[in-house]
Design a protein around this ligand. Structure first.
Ligand SMILES: Cc1ncc(COP(=O)(O)O)c(C=O)c1O
Length: 481
């Protein structure tokens, strides 16, 4: 198959408009052509002008045009045949290499809705080999352990103790990730109609879990630099919540970390009001600047008031689906009983892999932090150069930036970005009642070159939004992790 209609150099130059967007000229040109293809302004099977003609029309060197076409061919947006020229196509077409990320409806998609990194694959392979060698010991048993394999409960307890919260294995429940832990806690500690205090903004899926449990989220606004303890105190007293769900470290999405003094005040407040305090530590371990804070659990070693939930997802690999809850042993038993009606227990091999990863956690975490730091810096400088009117503080930890836009059009941005191949968590996904239209969460968990590409696309999408071209009725993507 070849192109079924052609386009002159000047015509393509008009369609491209202001295509220069920073970085090497060939990459910017390739990106601009790709966007034209992705949003349908350059129909599929359109024959593009020859490289010399395009170079002349754009006033660039022939090398730039040649390199741009080569990049487009490599990404699957261009097919060429000697004598027939080059024509547009999508990576999903058979026989064409896919672009970055999963292929969605309109072409290659960069998924910024999810703040989770690729696995440290060497470490994962080593953990799998070790787990396989340990497996025969477990085969004579049934493989069910509602509270988790004893060896993993020990390893998690030892890991949390090393992090500063002395913990015994009977204080640990192994879950299928932190969100599963929260879902079970909501079942056990609160009921339909109960109130659950949440930070505002907060982790989108946790809000969904609270709503799905029948409870009502009661939002307490975050301040620019931390938690409003006064507001938390009056809310705990007036709303009498079934529980409070907070993320004290590298809060998702703001990236803030609670001060040591506020941790103490918070625990004292929870004790005084008898409010179970569920502290999500899924992002603990990803402190990028400075020393980590002590776990809130260290202020309540018995786990009577403070319940922490943790996870392998952000620090090791989300695909393991292994997390935990740290609480007093009687609550651990109630969680195990609640789980019996849901999914009974976690898979043995993944639990054994978690044992091995946690036992050798420190060097792995150091590498993960180093990678996150580098990606954060790349995202920060790409945003500062491409979208200087967007404001954000550089978070000292975690995996995302919480970015304030220069207009309250976050949902429109997410919708238009989707058409430019970027999936994004719009601000309102992190709040209740449509708040945060002025914000967007941008994770830095993808490789640096993909982040730079994403920012280029976001910048084009944002220009479309502010110039009035955004489809406001399209829904923002559903999954935000
Ligand atoms: C604060 C927080 N908790 C929990 C999760 C999900 O963790 P898991 O994959 O262990 O369910 C996330 C993922 O983004 C998160 O940011």
């Amino acid at each position: 198959m070849t192109g079924d209609r052609g386009l002159s150099g000047p015509h393509l130059a008009r369609l491209l408009g202001e295509w220069r967007s920073g970085g090497p000229a060939y990459a910017a040109l390739a990106r601009a052509v790709r966007l034209l293809v992705l949003d349908g302004r350059l129909p599929l099977r359109t024959r593009l002008p020859g490289e010399r003609e395009l170079a002349e029309a754009l006033g660039v060197s022939r090398t730039t045009a040649t390199a741009a076409y080569a990049a487009l061919r490599e990404e699957g947006y261009l097919a060429s045949r000697r004598g027939s020229g080059s024509w547009t196509r999508l990576p999903a077409d058979p026989g064409v290499a896919p672009g970055p990320g999963p292929v969605g409806a309109g072409g290659a998609v960069i998924d910024l809705s999810c703040a989770a990194s690729a696995a440290p694959d060497g470490d994962l392979h080593a953990a799998l080999a070790k787990a396989t060698s340990e497996l025969p010991r477990h085969l004579p048993g049934p493989g069910y352990d509602a509270a988790g394999l004893p060896v993993l409960r020990e390893a998690i307890a030892a890991y949390l103790s090393r992090l500063g919260a002395p913990t015994t294995s009977d204080q640990i429940f192994v879950s299928a990730g932190a969100l599963h832990g929260l879902t079970l806690l909501l079942r056990v500690l609160s009921g339909p109609g109960d109130r659950v205090v949440v930070e505002h903004p907060t982790y989108a899926a946790a809000l969904d879990a609270v709503r799905a449990s029948g409870a009502r989220p009661v939002p307490v606004p975050m301040l620019d630099d931390g938690w409003d303890l006064e507001m938390l105190a009056s809310t705990f007293r007036q709303a009498a919540p079934g529980l409070a769900y907070l993320i004290a470290d590298h809060q998702n999405p703001t990236g803030l970390s609670m001060s040591a003094g506020d941790r103490e005040r918070l625990v004292a407040l929870a004790r005084a009001t008898r409010t179970p305090l569920v502290v999500d530590e899924a992002i603990v371990g990803l402190h990028l600047d400075g020393e980590p804070q002590r776990s809130v659990a260290a202020l309540d070693e018995a786990g009577e008031t403070v319940i922490t939930i943790g996870s392998m997802s952000k620090t090791f690999w989300a695909g393991l689906r292994i997390g935990w809850v740290r609480a007093n042993p009687s609550l651990i038993n109630r969680l195990a009983a609640a789980r019996a009606a849901l999914d009974i227990s976690s898979p043995v091999i993944e639990q054994l892999m978690a044992v091995s990863l946690l036992e050798g956690a420190e060097p792995i975490l150091a590498r993960q932090r180093e990678a996150a730091r580098a990606r954060r810096d790349v995202l920060v400088s790409a945003l500062r150069s491409e979208l200087p009117a967007w404001r954000f503080s550089v978070p000292p930890g975690g995996l995302c930036l919480w970015v304030e836009l220069d207009a309250p059009r976050s949902t429109a941005l997410a919708a238009l970005a989707d058409r430019h191949g970027v999936r994004l968590g719009a601000g309102p996904r992190f709040g209740v009642d449509g708040a945060f239209e002025r914000f967007v969460r941008i994770p830095y968990s993808l490789p640096a070159d993909v982040l730079v590409d994403a920012v280029g696309r976001l910048s084009v999408a944002w220009r479309g939004v502010v110039s009035g071209g955004a489809p406001v009725s399209e829904a923002a993507p559903a999954l935000v992790a």
